[in-house]
Design a protein around this ligand. Structure first.
Ligand code: GSH
Length: 224
């Protein structure tokens, strides 16, 4: 890759949105520079590249910024055609996956683990219940999406929903430690549980998972 083609990702090691993009780049084997942003004191570059939302992640490719993690994932999918392919070629299947990607962002990430782990008392309890309620349609939906059985994680073909799931529940052991209860109950959500378990063995995901104690400490500090 020519030097001018190099990619720069403005992100944060603890952000699930930023992790989505890092994982996509790693899976595709695309080299990139990572700029760790301090969200309490954002860099002038981040503010320049994402003037609308001022948020990470932002991917800068050949000097051109792209914001919003889902948009960035689609950009990577469309620009680098090598495997893994994040979205299938079949338009109906692609539409189904995009539907569930939207569900992840609008429903599950809305009341994210971050929100749950950084609140307490009644607010936390309400958020946990809402999260569990939203896992139910996902568990059901997955049966339709993967009629051959639980989501089959093909290590060579990690797709869009796998990437989103990693950001949401990848560090579920951290979340369980911080919240003090089972986040994904294998009895209630067997498909979601086996999916998350299978993902945890993908080498690129293992490489990007932050150290357990570091993430626990970060989440606890946000909650303080
Ligand atoms: N919809 C955005 C959400 C990104 C997001 O919420 N980023 C957070 C970090 S996890 C952020 O930059 N927060 C800083 C702020 O809100 O000022 C995406 O998918 O990229």
């Amino acid at each position: 890759m020519a030097e001018e083609d190099r990619m720069t990702l403005y992100g944060s090691w603890a952000s699930p949105y930023s992790k989505r993009v890092e994982l996509a780049l790693k899976l595709k084997g695309i080299p990139y520079d990572f700029v760790q942003e301090n969200l309490a004191n954002k860099s002038p570059s981040l503010l320049k590249y994402n003037p609308v939302y001022n948020k990470i992640p932002v991917l800068v490719h050949c000097g051109k910024p792209i914001s919003e993690s889902l948009v960035i994932l689609e950009y990577i999918h469309e620009t680098w055609k090598n495997c893994p392919r994040f979205l299938p070629d079949d338009p109906y299947r692609r539409a189904q996956l995009r539907f569930w990607a939207g569900f992840f962002d609008q429903q599950l990430f809305e009341r994210t683990m971050f929100f749950i782990t950084t609140t307490s008392g009644d607010t936390q309890e309400k958020a946990i219940n809402e999260f569990f309620e939203k896992l139910e349609p996902l568990e059901e939906g997955l049966k339709g999406l993967f009629p051959e059985g639980c989501p089959y994680v093909d290590i060579k073909n990690v797709g869009l929903l796998d990437i989103l799931m990693c950001g949401l529940c990848g560090p579920y052991r951290v979340e369980e430690e911080v919240v003090g209860l089972k986040v994904i109950d294998p009895q209630k959500f067997p498909i979601v549980f086996s999916w998350v378990k299978a993902l945890s063995h993908v080498p690129e995901i293992m490489e990007l998972t932050p150290p357990h104690d570091k993430l626990v400490a970060a989440l606890k500090s946000f909650a303080a």
